[in-house]
Design a protein around this ligand. Structure first.
Ligand SMILES: [Zn+2]
Length: 292
């Protein structure tokens, strides 16, 4: 089916108490593995790309992979631009047919962030697309931008409420203690803050830094209002390690397709485990019935 927009998918997830997995694609093979994993579980899936990935391939190339695979698939697939502050990149993606975009102006003061995010919301609305936006900077490394723990401040719930009231977002990303990359110590997730923000904004929260959070933590994030969970770091590791492991096991095999397949199977297994863990299994049909 054609790509779907993110807002109704996440609203439904929030209402039903599950989260939709959002994976950062790396190439065509990982994209295909995401869609097959979703199909095998009859689940919705969000396929996203970082600005860095789009700059390496192109917004058109990435769109063609995802749209082609989604076209022949019975499950709802969202194509989402992850963390972006470049309005030109956002505009190109919207013009090409991407069904969701994130504007990340979180390093700016509140009013400037709101103004820039509003500009993107208005641009996206012309294409029938809703936006993910962020306030409070999330710790860790994203697209080579480092936010240290002491620079990161948790999102202010009153600001979150005003921001979401003015923007009517598909998803709201907040600094609630999670981090991009691997966690060094035990992550300190502010569950009460997630709950308070979600209660005030009534907007599905996007949990950034899903890699390395244990099942109990994930379950509590979902119970308190997270409806989109991003997985990127975990995939990067599985992607590289599965390739290397195959070579270690079969050092004399120079048939690339067998390497690619080993990588594909490992990535698909990761996607299936995350989709299932976040409660996405068997949600596709229900979602589509409501959308029809
Ligand atoms: Zn992120």
């Amino acid at each position: 089916m054609p790509l779907v927009s993110m807002k109704p998918v996440l609203r439904e997830a929030m209402e039903q108490g599950y989260a939709v997995a959002a994976f950062n694609l790396l190439d065509f093979g990982t994209t295909k593995a995401m869609i097959r994993a979703a199909e095998e579980l009859n689940a919705p899936v969000i396929i996203q790309a970082s600005t860095k990935t789009i700059k390496y391939f192109s917004h058109k190339e990435v769109y063609s992979w995802v749209a082609t695979l989604a076209e022949d698939s019975p499950v709802p697939v969202v194509l989402h631009l992850d963390h972006c502050k470049d309005l030109e990149v956002i505009r190109k993606c919207l013009d090409t047919g991407w069904t969701s975009v994130m504007v990340d102006a979180s390093e700016l003061p509140f009013e400037e962030n709101l103004a820039l995010s509003r500009q993107v919301v208005e641009m996206a609305a012309k294409k029938g697309v809703h936006v993910e936006a962020e306030i409070g900077q999330i710790m860790g490394v994203e697209d080579d931008m480092v936010v240290a723990e002491d620079e990161s401040h948790l999102t202010d719930p009153a600001e979150a409420e005003r921001f979401c009231k003015e923007l009517d977002l598909a998803a709201f990303a907040a600094a609630i203690g999670s981090a991009h990359g691997y966690y060094k110590g035990v992550p300190k997730i502010a569950f009460d803050l997630i709950k308070e923000i979600n209660g005030r904004t009534k907007t599905p929260m996007a949990l950034h830094g899903g890699t390395g959070l244990d099942e109990a933590t994930i379950a509590q994030c979902i119970a308190n209002g997270c409806a989109k969970i991003n997985i990127s770091t975990n995939l990067k590791h599985v992607f590289i390690e599965s390739f290397l492991d195959y070579n270690k096991a079969k050092p004399n095999d120079f048939e690339p397709l067998r390497y690619i397949d080993a990588q594909y199977q490992a990535c698909k297994a990761l996607f299936k485990s995350k989709i299932a863990e976040f409660g996405g299994t068997n949600r596709a049909a229900e979602l589509l019935a409501k959308a029809a």
